[in-house]
Ligand binder design. Sequence first.
Ligand SMILES: Nc1nc2c(ncn2[C@@H]2O[C@H](COP(=O)(O)OP(=O)(O)OP(=O)(O)O)[C@@H](O)[C@H]2O)c(=O)[nH]1
Length: 486
Amino acid sequence: MSTELLIWIVVVVAALLAVALVTGVVLAKRRRISLSEPERPKPVAGGYQAGGGVTFAAPERVAEPVKPAEPGDTVEPAARPVEPPVEPPAQRAAPVAEPPPAAEPAAPARPEERPGTAPAAPPAAEAPTAPEPVRHPVADRTEVDGQPGVGDDAAVPRDSVKRGFVEVPLPEEASEIEEIEPTAGRLERLRGKLSRSRSTFGQGLLGLLGAGDLDEDSWTDVEDTLLLADLGANVTDQVVAALRERIAARGVRSSDDARALLREVLIGALHPELDRAVHALPHSGKPAVVLVVGVNGVGKTTTTGKLARVLVADGRTVLLGAADTFRAAAADQLATWGSRVGAHTVRGAEGADPASVAFEAVKQGVQEGVDTVLIDTAGRLHTKTGLMDELGKVKRVVEKQAAVDEVLLVLDATTGQNGLTQARVFAEVVDVTGIVLTKLDGTAKGGIVFQVQRELGVPVKLVGLGEGADHLAPFEPAAFVDALLG
Ligand SMILES: Nc1nc2c(ncn2[C@@H]2O[C@H](COP(=O)(O)OP(=O)(O)OP(=O)(O)O)[C@@H](O)[C@H]2O)c(=O)[nH]1
């Protein structure tokens, strides 16, 4: 081989090596670029199984672009202008910035006028006339047969003058943020709390079905047991029909057979396929907004606090909005829950416009970049129109800042049919996306879960099983039925 040929071979090999080297560097760079894609601080789409056991999700839909906050945003064009503030009660006055006197209607209580407060709901363009300030009859608790009234049954006038948003100090911070019990398997762990339901419902049915041949009288007893446990006529018919059909097809020879069959039918009646994720994850660069609605006393504030704990335990940041301005203690209660988990609470003065507090809460939530804003609302309105007006306004005003992802209707399981009546009223006025059934520990009528879901066509997502801070569990049909059957 000539020297010249050797030189050519060396040159060609060197050139090939150089090309390979350059290609390698380019590919490596490309790979680095795709790797260094700006990391999202938090997942913004799709759901995930929370380590805590409650499933949280961001909504599937792409949130519609929301309008930036503009002057006049807190009040719809047709809505009443922000009215002059009422003097706060003396006992609450301490560090609360004094609102301007009612005699100056053109200067409603606006947060930007207070030192250290971000601008909130600006007043409507038109200056309101000066109506006589009227106090909310806070002491009035509307009761119907011992139950809180709703819709036309409630009697609290809402035409009183509303005060604007007022920043007040939070109750003393808890000395240290509390340890939060993991929520995985909570329903199982709280199984004992359902014992009253269990004895009436599960054990009674198992006794009847496991007793051998069932005659018409036995089926009537099965029906009665289901009705007594508050399953309601429709669900009872459905469950009995399914049991009769399957027993005829397969027969029941042992108590294990009876248990397996009953379990299968009851789980089916709870529609395990429904999406029970709580839509509380941020999306489109904004916090998720969860409205908690329901009549007074059902456990809205407690549930909001417990839910904040679950989210915080799951590594989320939460801001609470105390839009239940009807009762000052409700805001104190919520702020205390917040301080226990390190969540900030935005609140207004007693009797303030709930929509302005909700607006301010979501605004601050967006500014602070929190994951979730939980808004506790009031449910004391004297007519269905009043309820619709107020909840509709809260929702509309909030949506100027960020989409409302979840409307959780809180129902007290111990109120039976009254709870269902409330549920129907709320479902008519606001688009309920999930139900929280509280006080299941205090009733022998766990069957209300079946009825509520069927009536509203909305899944029960969470259940309250006690007054304890961690007594809120995700609703899982199979675990619930197992708890009932013992
Ligand atoms: N046993 C039991 N009690 C509960 C549960 N959830 C809430 N409670 C209690 O129910 C009572 C009322 O709860 P709140 O959270 O104040 O109810 P609310 O709906 O916010 O009431 P208002 O602010 O008056 O509208 C409190 O004593 C709670 O401790 C539960 O799951 N089980």
